[in-house]
Design a protein around this ligand. Structure first.
Ligand SMILES: NC(=O)c1ccc[n+]([C@@H]2O[C@H](COP(=O)([O-])OP(=O)(O)OC[C@H]3O[C@@H](n4cnc5c(N)ncnc54)[C@H](OP(=O)(O)O)[C@@H]3O)[C@@H](O)[C@H]2O)c1
Length: 327
């Protein structure tokens, strides 16, 4: 089968198309013919062994993905496709089912076929959805959900979402809205209308206004794009308020060892837990018209290097999809 592989950590052009053996499903796995996948921050960070996040994070990342070179040659965590074979013990899926999900650090979706355990983060696709639309449901959706679950969002609670136009941000605005919170979203000028249309009660253009200086306070501040900090957000939190980060070693320490002097905290689920139930929850939200992944651009799998370079500009709006044409 055709797959995008890489054998060394490095820039986007370490990725190349190659003919590789088609995987064979184990008893508890399905073989999925992949129709669409995405380029997300997980793919990008893993491919460069998290070099851009500093030495400590890079060493930790290599312990997970391979010290000298990547253990898994095929990236791609989000997928949407069709079941073409099911292991003998598989009960939930049958040949012909349209499925989507997230293989997380097992990756493998930049290929014509991939094996996925029945119990993993895989579900039937939302009814009536295309493969291209279904593939990007889980990355932003699951990451946002994992963080927002820590925040006890409900009517009367206020949240500010910083970086509301990225994969996680666009999902977070919709989910916070679904949980009935009052949502203030912060993004750049070109994305104001989009973010408002996703359900934000108000939007702040960070090129025009610094939310930390306008005197407003929130129960929750979610840095959905890793560009803000607890320190800079502290005065914009109400007493007992929480700061939700998406990454950062400093945030990990602040979450593990909170200050005893103040009741404002950094909250980060350690380790992050994302389940199959969460994928089904997102599918049901899509079907109820409460959630839709935002797609910026769509590239054929062959253009993975170009797509990756675009994601690395950190200027994508929502998600970047790769279509896998298996003819
Ligand atoms: N996605 C993942 O797989 C994953 C997993 C774990 C952790 N994370 C972390 O989660 C964070 C977000 O990831 P993502 O994939 O959602 O991001 P993303 O989609 O790449 O975010 C792109 C958006 O960020 C906005 N942005 C860029 N610079 C900004 C700034 N200085 N202030 C505010 N917004 C800015 C841009 O919008 P504007 O034009 O509107 O500014 C752009 O639309 C990252 O820190 C990442 O490391 C991601």
């Amino acid at each position: 089968m055709k797959a995008v592989v890489y054998d060394n950590y490095g820039p986007p052009d370490v990725l190349r198309l190659e003919e590789v053996a088609r995987p064979v499903p184990k008893e508890d796995e399905v073989l999925v013919k992949v129709h669409a996948t995405t380029v997300n921050r997980s793919d990008v960070h893993t491919r460069e062994a998290n070099r851009s996040s500093g030495l400590a994070i890079s060493v930790l990342a290599r312990m997970v993905s391979g010290i000298r070179r990547p253990r898994q040659r095929i990236l791609g965590s989000e997928f949407a496709g069709e079941v073409v074979e099911a292991g003998a013990a598989v009960k939930e899926f049958a040949v012909g089912d349209r499925v989507f999900g997230n293989s997380s650090l097992r990756f493998g979706a930049y290929a014509e076929f991939m094996c996925v355990r029945e119990s993993a983060r895989i579900s039937l696709m939302p009814a009536g959805m295309s493969f291209e639309d279904a593939a990007p449901i889980t990355d932003g959706g699951l990451n946002a959900l994992t963080c927002l679950k820590q925040a006890d969002l409900r009517k009367g609670r206020t949240i500010l979402i910083y970086g509301a136009s990225g994969a996680i941000g666009t999902a977070a605005v919709q989910l916070a809205r679904y949980f009935d919170a009052d949502v203030t979203a912060v993004c750049g000028t070109k994305n104001l209308d989009l973010v408002k249309s996703l359900g934000a009660d108000r939007v702040i253009d960070y090129t025009q206004e610094d939310f930390t200086k306008n005197g407003q306070t929130y129960h929750v501040i979610f840095d959905a794009v890793g560009k803000h900090s607890f320190k800079r957000s502290r005065d914009s939190l109400k007493p007992g308020g929480i700061f939700l980060p998406t990454d950062g070693l400093e945030n990990l320490f602040l979450a593990l060892w909170p200050s005893r002097k103040e009741d404002k905290r950094v909250v980060f689920q350690i380790p992050p837990r994302q389940s199959k139930q969460d994928v089904i929850f997102l599918k049901e939200l899509v079907e109820a018209g409460k959630f839709r992944p935002v797609i910026d651009r769509c590239y054929p799998l062959e253009d993975v290097v170009e797509a990756t370079r675009y994601v690395e500009t950190q200027q994508k709006t929502g998600n970047v999809v790769l279509t896998v044409d298996s003819r």
